[in-house]
Design a protein around this ligand. Structure first.
Ligand SMILES: [Zn+2]
Length: 215
């Protein structure tokens, strides 16, 4: 899991989702009440399996030479409260975060959104770092929602997945559709997709196309 998480951070960089050190990936250790996360303030070039840190589900450091990411409490809250989640990603990716800055959900106007998110990408509450507020906002917004991504108001993106790779995929797709819908908005109002078509697309993509659900 250390190697998986170290390698997936390179995907954040490759997909242009992060500036400086402002983004992180974590993964639950299968069968254990532990997860692996990025160390705080270490540049992406210096990340390696050995520099990753291991935390318990309260966010306490269990193993590692560095302190864990400053977003560790939010990741830990998600793992404690959503047992089916095996991976969490946080970014401030540009277009998705621009929607978050307006506190506006990305409307479901693309078939790729119906496939991946099953509808709009919702907005979570404004929450300050330092306690469980961000984690609570993520869980309250995504519990019972099809979307694996939430735009935390005035902050950025959190995504979840059945494993860390699925959560990274959701973060990449979230930025991609936020970008496209933003461009569509510049010259008019994007057309909504009818709910029954959204449902059919989502069902096909999650259950028939390719592998199983990213959740
Ligand atoms: Zn952040």
């Amino acid at each position: 899991m250390r190697k998986t998480i170290s390698d997936l951070h390179a995907e954040l960089v490759r997909n242009n989702l992060v500036a400086w050190t402002a983004g992180n990936v974590s993964g639950r250790v299968p069968g254990e009440d532990l997860f692996v996360i990025k160390p705080s303030g270490v540049s992406y070039d210096e990340l390696s399996p050995a520099t990753m840190v291991v935390c318990d589900l309260d966010g306490n450091l269990v193993e590692g030479a560095h302190s864990p990411s400053s977003d560790t409490a939010a990741h830990a809250y998600v793992y404690r409260n959503l047992p089916e989640v095996g991976g969490v990603v946080h970014t401030h990716s540009t277009y998705a975060t621009a929607w978050a800055a307006r506190g506006e959900a990305v409307p479901c106007v693309l078939t790729a959104m119906a496939d991946e998110f099953g509808g709009e990408i919702p907005v979570g509450p404004f929450a300050l770092i330092g306690d469980d507020s961000i984690g609570q906002g993520i869980v309250e917004t995504l519990k019972g929602h099809r979307s694996p991504a939430v735009l935390m108001r005035s902050h950025g993106v959190f995504t979840i997945g059945r494993d860390p790779k699925a959560a990274v995929k959701a973060a990449v797709m979230c930025e991609d559709v936020a970008h496209t819908v933003h461009i569509a908005r510049q010259l008019g109002e994007p057309l909504k997709i009818a709910q029954d078509d959204v449902d059919r697309l989502y069902d096909r993509y999650q259950n028939v196309y390719g592998q199983r659900s990213p959740r």
